[in-house]
Design a protein. Structure first.
Ligand SMILES: [Zn+2]
Length: 80
């Protein structure tokens, strides 16, 4: 009989936990509707001509048709 009571308590706890999770999920979806990109749109990746690091084109420094990860690497590459 004791075990039955424990089982019932566990079942109720799981039920409460699951319903709370469902509520959180619903609230999150309401707060952030699925319209519009949830993640940033994919960007072109470019390779630093000096060290080979891949980075988004928006963060790269373009010089002479080549891309660099930083102004320092642009300067180093141009010095050669
Ligand atoms: Zn670099």
């Amino acid at each position: 009989m004791k075990y039955l009571l424990v089982l019932i308590v566990i079942a109720i706890a799981i039920g409460v936990w699951r319903s709370q999770r469902r509520d959180e999920k619903g609230q999150r979806q309401q707060a952030a509707p699925r319209r519009g990109p949830a993640v940033a749109a994919p960007q072109d990746m470019v390779e630093c001509a000096h060290c080979g690091l891949h980075l988004p084109r928006s963060e790269a420094i373009e010089a002479g048709g080549r891309s660099y990860c930083s102004a320092e690497h642009r300067a180093l590459a141009q010095r050669r």
